[in-house]
Design a binder for this molecule. Structure first.
Ligand code: ZN
Length: 121
């Protein structure tokens, strides 16, 4: 178990960003709060916190793995094609139910929109 302070920083960084962040983004923003935050420490914290469901790993096609705080409800994500950042869209949305072909068990899904974000438009 790593120090609580580092975990608090990771949670605060994700909270403040309000969007899924890559490990590099977490590290970079975390260093604004703890100057000597080590990358191995952050990697270990991310691994532990993901295993304990304090944070959720999200992956989008052709994108590095990102992490976000558990959401209260399902929401779509948005990828900006200019700056490559991923955003949570604060919209309530239910994934459509599908009849999976025989042999497939659906345990999750993602709705991803893309375009340009307010900073890039
Ligand atoms: Zn953008």
């Amino acid at each position: 178990m790593i120090q609580t302070r580092q975990r608090e920083v990771i949670l605060a960084v994700l909270q403040e960003a309000g969007r899924p962040l890559t490990r590099e983004e977490i590290l970079h923003k975390g260093r604004d709060r703890i100057e000597r935050l080590g990358s191995a420490t952050v990697d270990r914290a991310i691994r532990e916190m993901t295993a304990e469901f304090y944070i959720i790993g999200v992956e989008f096609p052709g994108q590095p793995r990102r992490y976000e705080l558990p959401a209260e409800s399902e929401h779509p994500h948005f990828i900006c094609r200019r700056c490559n950042r991923v955003f949570d869209l604060p919209i309530k949305m239910q994934l459509p139910k599908i009849d999976a072909p025989s042999g497939f068990k659906v345990s999750g899904g993602e709705i991803i929109y893309s375009g340009t974000c307010p900073d890039c438009k």
